[in-house]
Design a protein. Structure first.
Length: 292
């Protein structure tokens, strides 16, 4: 079985022949190297049956600030892309931003952190956090949206995925108010998130079922692969927290984006130094193929 290790560096770092030699030593087999972007992104192809990957490979990549993906070369061209929203496509955690308006920001942020680290269940944490928003005017949702910032590379990533007719899905443990708007802005094919209960323009502190938790994200992945008549080998997904573990673990290419350790342990790709556009290199695009 042939595999490929893709490494990507940021503008402050270069990939050199010394990098290739060190990686070959840690894979314990010869690699065939193909530049995707000179000195910044490269594929290292190797035979899995002759390789013996030293766990220190990933320490080396981390220490040298290389982002990476390791996968089978077969089915590298993906047909379905799923992404988390908060702290992945956007810089903020929307529920934390809402909590700041409600004066319970510190309390909610603490619960958010515990949930993302997998210390408490997502559903338990989510219900508790939403209850603290009770009594807020619905207009606050728009105020939060106007302050949302996209993470670097998000627009380039979606522009290129859409150009290649890859089906794109925004699947979030956040709120439909934000996913609906972001999906339209970035061109996602569809989106899934939680629906806040709103009565007389006031947030009630409740969610309309079902809750989009980690299991729901996996179910959505499976449902869409069936709809498109594809399988997990055709799927790339990206996220940052415990709520994304099942989605990442059931994708052929699962990307941890500045992720928590609980997610990194399940991902076969990590972005810790560059931006979301590195996913384009992970799925095999060369610099000349990418629209900026």
């Amino acid at each position: 079985m042939k595999k490929v290790l893709t490494i990507v560096s940021n503008e402050n770092n270069i990939i050199s022949n010394n990098s290739f030699e060190a990686i070959q030593d840690l894979i314990n087999t010869k690699t065939t190297n193909t530049w995707l972007k000179r000195e910044s992104a490269c594929d290292l192809h190797f035979e899995d049956k002759t390789a013996k990957i030293d766990p220190n490979l990933f320490i080396y990549l981390d220490q040298n600030k290389f982002d990476w993906a390791i996968q089978e070369t077969l089915n590298r061209n993906k047909k379905l892309f799923l992404s988390d929203m908060d702290s992945t496509i956007i810089k903020q955690e929307c529920i934390d931003e809402l909590a700041n308006y409600a004066g319970v920001g510190e309390e909610v942020s603490l619960i958010t952190e515990k949930s993302m680290n997998g210390e408490i269940s997502f559903t338990e944490a989510f219900v508790e956090r939403v209850s603290l928003l009770k009594g807020m005017d619905v207009n606050v949702l728009d105020k939060v949206y106007l302050n949302i910032e996209l993470n670097d590379g998000a627009e380039i990533l979606l522009k290129n995925l859409c150009k290649r007719d890859i089906y794109t899905v925004l699947v979030s443990g956040g709120f439909t108010y934000f996913t609906d708007k972001l999906s339209k802005k970035l061109g996602f094919s569809e989106n899934y998130a939680n629906k806040l209960e709103i009565l007389d323009n006031i947030i009630t502190g409740k969610i309309l079922p079902p809750v989009i938790d980690g299991k729901a994200k996996r179910y959505i992945l499976e449902k869409i692969t069936q709809k498109l008549n594809i399988n997990r080998h055709d799927v790339v997904s990206v996220g940052d927290g415990a709520n994304d573990v099942e989605m990442i673990g059931n994708s052929a290419l699962g990307v941890s984006y500045y992720g928590k350790n609980i997610l990194k342990n399940r991902a076969n790709a990590q972005i810790n130094n560059t931006n979301l556009s590195s996913i384009l290199f992970f799925i095999g695009l060369k610099e000349a193929d990418i629209i900026y």
